[in-house]
Design a protein around this ligand. Structure first.
Ligand SMILES: [Mg+2]
Length: 297
């Protein structure tokens, strides 16, 4: 279990660090400039060092820390971690999340609704989807996992398309953590949802930050690529919101294959590896203690 949990967290960070090189580029620009990106080389619009990560990993870490501090009722602590991260003045805060963090005055859900109104209702971004995996890692109780997944999304994204994507994503993760193959888990969870066509066809929309587009591309790469390496490299070379799409896809694929099967050249490059290892152990502890409480009733 710990190997899978570690694989999930490192999967997010590797996808993020790899995809950051090509963020906001078109697929043609990526080809012209790099041929094909196959290693974590940094650069990109944030001018990163190789192995540096962005908001996707930072907010995933924030969610993990919040859960570890108060597993029973983590929303408050997750919010505190968001604020702590924002105070470090990161260069890459998403538009929706920045607006919410600026408007927050003690009520996350009110701040999210206000930000969404000010954005003219355009708040179905991928910013909650990119950070939601630790919830599936920490809770073996499905009801609890789903409740926290949904509420955590609404803290910043007052749009049910964001909630829906987080729920589908974490339900897939839930199945994989129980040993189901990833492709099978995806098939079961996308059935009768807006994502069902992805089982048959390639997305006809850009790989951008709209959560429905992001989720579509994530599922596309997960269904069509064999290895972890293929998943994150394919997502990275599409450009667009490449770091986030590679991070979200990398999280699920990392969960399936486990940390020990991740390519060493990627793992060894990740700058925040020590922090991720520590969090994985703590999330595994939350999972086993919550699991046994649920069994005891
Ligand atoms: Mg990013």
């Amino acid at each position: 279990m710990l190997d899978r949990i570690k694989g999930g967290l490192f999967g997010v960070a590797i996808g993020d660090a790899l995809g950051a090189t090509t963020e906001f580029m078109s697929v043609d620009d990526v080809r012209r400039k790099y041929g094909k990106v196959t290693d974590i080389i940094g650069g990109g619009f944030l001018d990163l060092k190789p192995g540096e990560v962005t908001d996707d990993t930072a907010m995933t870490i924030a969610v993990a820390r919040g859960i570890i501090r108060d597993p029973t009722c983590p929303i408050h602590d997750i919010g505190e971690e968001f604020l702590r991260w924002y105070e470090t003045d990161p260069p890459d805060v998403g538009i929706i999340i920045r607006m919410v963090l600026r408007r927050y005055q003690g009520d996350w859900f009110a701040a999210a609704v206000q930000a969404c109104e000010e954005l003219g209702g355009r708040c179905a971004g991928n910013g909650s989807l990119m950070r939601c995996l630790p919830i599936a890692l920490a809770y073996a109780d499905q009801e609890k996992m789903e409740e926290i997944t949904a509420v955590h999304s609404r803290m910043t994204h007052a749009d049910e398309r964001a909630t829906e994507a987080c729920l589908i994503y974490n339900r897939i993760a839930f199945r994989v953590l129980q040993g189901e193959p990833l492709a099978k888990a995806i098939r079961k969870e996308v059935e009768h949802t807006r994502y069902e066509p992805l089982l048959m066809v390639t997305p006809a929309y850009p790989p951008d930050g709209y959560v429905v587009h992001t989720m579509g591309w994530v599922l596309h790469w997960l269904l069509r690529c064999e290895s972890f390496e293929d998943v994150v490299i394919s997502a990275a070379n599409m450009g667009g919101d490449s770091d986030t799409i590679a991070a979200i896809a990398g999280g699920l694929k990392g969960l399936e294959v486990g940390y020990s099967q991740l390519p060493k050249r990627f793992v060894e490059t990740i700058g925040c590896a020590d922090e991720l290892e520590k969090l994985a152990v703590q999330l595994a502890d939350v999972r086993s203690s919550f699991g046994s409480e649920a069994v005891q009733g």
